[in-house]
Design a protein. Structure first.
Length: 140
């Protein structure tokens, strides 16, 4: 009985401490996730790409731009036509083998990210993107 009372007192004493620590972890995580913002290029990009035959290849891509600061969404939205045009140009220059391979797609995604970030740096004076994500990537 004495041990049970001791355990009950310990449990009651440690509960507020554990809850306070959990609250600080959640607060830190929400501060991290609130910092980033996402901007989806709408509508999806549909363009053609280079093939080795006389037929045209088509590609359809959905893109999300991950921004370092959610407050920069308006800036990216203002420059969306320029970003869209740049990505269409990049995709149109790609060869069939690169578009159809996983490593090629990753190279294209990385090149789009670097190019768009450089473009934004020229336009607004700083790179705004953390990442560029292909959320849909279909080709024919």
């Amino acid at each position: 009985m004495r041990i049970a009372n001791y355990l009950l007192v310990m449990l009651l004493a440690l509960t507020p401490w554990a809850m306070a620590e959990e609250g600080t972890e959640q607060g830190a995580q929400s501060a991290i996730t609130d910092r980033y913002g996402y901007y989806g290029l709408e509508p999806e990009i549909v363009t053609n790409y280079v093939t080795d035959t006389s037929r045209l290849g088509y590609i359809r891509v959905s893109i999300e731009l991950m921004l370092e600061d959610a407050n920069n969404i308006a800036i990216v939205e203002h420059h969306a036509p320029l970003i869209r045009s740049t990505i269409i140009e990049i995709l149109g220059e790609q060869e069939k083998e690169k578009i159809q391979s996983l490593t090629g797609r990753e190279e294209i995604r990385r090149y789009c990210f670097e190019t768009v970030n450089q473009l934004l740096e020229q336009e607004v004076g700083q790179p705004l993107l953390v990442n560029l994500l292909f959320t849909k990537f279909l080709y024919q």
